[in-house]
Design a protein around this ligand. Structure first.
Ligand code: FEO
Ligand code: CA
Ligand code: CA
Ligand code: CA
Length: 604
């Protein structure tokens, strides 16, 4: 059976060994070259990377930190020349700033036990300069790249090259634009926002725009929304549902808008999908509020057979939801300009995965069911600002952390990565989230009825329960042909290549969790080999694998190595690896890796 399953596989490469070490590994016969690292020039006149003397001004002209989503826009129809679109999700101050973080010993006392001494990483005092570097290292990069003599290179004088940061001017567009709940002291119009935050995965539209998904925006806000003795602030429940203010960063100490006591509506201006026209470096990015406000992992788009545009998004939080949006207007392949505001008008749906394998896409439309003024929704803008609460009222299925949701145009299927949820209790299981203490996650396959991506009643099944199949109690369901290297935990991002094949990248594998680093696995979805997985690429210690993206000809694969070296008590001085430079004078650096074959043939 094993031989048969292997021969039925849609993939043809020799898988690599799973494991943990300081560098990356790719399947034999492939080249894996570092294309862009944190601090690299994005413009011909960008300053050289000088980590000991970094400034916000330099960072705003250099490649940002923690590359995540990757998109590619072919230029002049070429698969060897285009624009690379890269999200910079977040920053690791302890790995970025020399002398800023230290390993300290701390005594921890647990009741009834002797105090124990533990080591932890403690960061120093934030200054405005450090905060401004962090803000400039967030956002995105648009950069021209070209394959010359078989190797991809950045084109530093590319006319479209651009850095997007937390200072970039954007507009709020769609039903929430101009609403009272998004007005601030700096912006009484409620339409003009600076920057985008925590852009995790994203998407690329059929009309060639770049979608940046705002994910964990709550982490950037500090301050007290309601002071003692005062009545509760009107946004308190809204912010409570998304975790604002979480205070992961110290930006509020230097920039009032990140302090909710000073600017209570600013958090309502984040948590959206941002659409950027990469062909015009002066274009003003638009936050498409019709797609809802939550912790968007990504936003992948497909043109439905009837011409409407459908986008899919996961809301990455334990017990949150899977969404899709169906545009009112239709895609016009002959008139790019006619498509530029398609994402402003349409219907947002949330998924209910029924026990019998059917799936209801429930509309989040004002006036329908419980989505009324009696429940605090005066209009559609309120539903979009508080998307999660509206979905709660509809009884959507609470999922095990939805990450990427990827439609496959070749098969009409849609793949949902559910990364893990260790808080899932045995008495709270459902067919779509069937494992208690789900440490390794699973992948759901949706079949939209009749290939109609706008369908409101479809079916679903679980493609894979992840984890080590040799440990019976894990309950993993990889095929018998999957080797000890081929299984994985914690699916996160995924890609469908030009041949309709599924590739899955992971976040959370480690020596401790699974005895292997994160990486990229090729997963068969069709025929005899369905459920067979093979390891193609693995990251250096401490990193997660993001951004898998194939060029349209399938000959190039771009991968984002995010937070390398971030393992254990890692600091700037003592990272778990110094990938990719391995130079003692340089810090570990997140980087985009490009995979090709010497003969230029299709990957995998
Ligand atoms: Fe930024 Fe859902 O990972
Ligand atoms: Ca990530
Ligand atoms: Ca992710
Ligand atoms: Ca993740």
């Amino acid at each position: 059976r094993e031989a048969k399953a292997a021969s039925a596989s849609a993939f043809d490469f020799t898988e690599i060994e799973a494991g943990v070490d300081e560098t990356h590994h790719v399947a034999e016969g492939y080249d894996a070259d570092v294309l862009l690292r944190w601090g690299d020039k994005v413009f011909a006149d960008s300053p050289e990377f000088d980590p000991a003397n970094q400034t916000a001004a330099a960072q705003a002209r250099q490649f940002g930190y923690n590359n995540d989503y990757i998109g590619f826009v072919p230029l002049e129809g070429s698969a060897e020349h285009g624009l690379l679109l890269v999200n910079h999700e977040y920053t690791n101050a302890e790995l970025m700033f020399p002398g800023f973080a230290m390993v300290v010993k701390e005594k921890i006392e647990k009741e009834g036990q002797e105090p124990v001494e533990v080591e932890k990483v403690k960061t120093g005092e934030y200054t405005r300069d450090l905060v401004d570097i962090e803000m400039a290292a967030h956002g995105g990069t648009i950069i021209e790249i070209r394959k010359t003599n078989g190797k991809w290179q950045p084109v530093l004088d590319g006319a479209m090259n651009r850095r997007i940061t937390v200072d970039t001017e954007m507009t709020l567009s769609g039903p929430v634009a101009g609403h009272d709940r998004v007005k601030t002291k700096a912006d009484p119009s409620g339409t003009r926002v600076f920057g985008t935050l925590n852009n995790c995965a994203g998407g690329f539209t059929p009309w060639g725009t770049y979608l940046m998904a705002e994910e964990n925006f709550h982490g950037y806000f500090t301050g007290e929304l309601t002071r003692e003795g005062e009545p509760e602030h009107p946004e308190a429940a809204n912010y409570g549902r998304v975790g604002v203010p979480a205070g992961w960063y110290n930006w509020g100490a230097f920039h009032d808008r990140f302090d909710v006591a000073k600017e209570p509506n600013e958090p309502n201006r984040f948590g959206w999908i941002v659409e950027v026209d990469p062909m015009d470096p002066n274009s003003v990015p638009k936050k498409r509020t019709a797609l809802g406000r939550f912790k968007h992992e990504g936003c992948e788009t497909i043109v439905n057979p009837d011409g409407r545009v459908v986008t899919y998004s996961g809301d990455d939080e334990r017990f949150d939801y899977v969404y899709k949006f169906v545009s009112t207007g239709t895609f016009n392949a002959d008139d790019r300009a006619a498509n530029m505001d398609l994402l402003d008008e349409g219907t947002l749906y949330v998924a209910k995965f029924n026990e019998d394998g059917s799936l209801d896409w429930m509309p989040l439309t004002h006036g329908e069911g419980p989505l009324t003024a009696e429940n605090g929704f005066a209009g559609q803008a309120d539903i979009l600002i508080e998307t999660r609460r509206a979905a709660d009222l509809l009884g959507a299925t609470k999922m095990d952390r939805p990450e990427d949701v990827q439609p496959n145009a070749k098969t009409g299927k849609v793949y949902v990565m559910l990364t893990n949820n260790t808080r899932r209790k045995a008495d709270d299981l459902n067919a779509a989230n069937p494992r208690a203490g789900n440490a390794f996650g699973h992948i759901i396959e949706i079949s939209e009825t009749g290939g109609d991506f706008a369908s409101t009643r479809s079916t679903w099944e679980i493609l894979l329960r992840c984890g080590d199949p040799s440990v019976a109690e894990v309950g993993a369901t990889f095929s018998a042909a999957t080797t000890a290297n081929g299984w994985f935990g914690m699916p996160d991002n995924c890609a469908i290549d030009a041949d309709g094949r599924l590739w899955v990248s992971t976040d959370g594998n480690s020596q401790k969790a699974t005895g292997r680093t994160d990486g990229l696995w090729a997963v068969d979805t069709e025929g005899e080999a369905r459920g067979t997985s093979r390891l193609f690429f693995r990251v250096p210690v401490g990193a997660e694998m993001c951004g898998p993206l194939f060029t349209p000809d399938g000959a190039t694969l771009f991968l984002a190595v995010q937070h390398p070296g971030d393992e254990g008590l890692a600091t700037y001085e003592n990272p778990a690896t110094r990938w990719p430079d391995f130079d003692p004078a340089l810090p570990v650096r997140p980087a985009v890796v490009v995979i090709t074959r010497a003969d230029g043939a299709r990957i995998g």
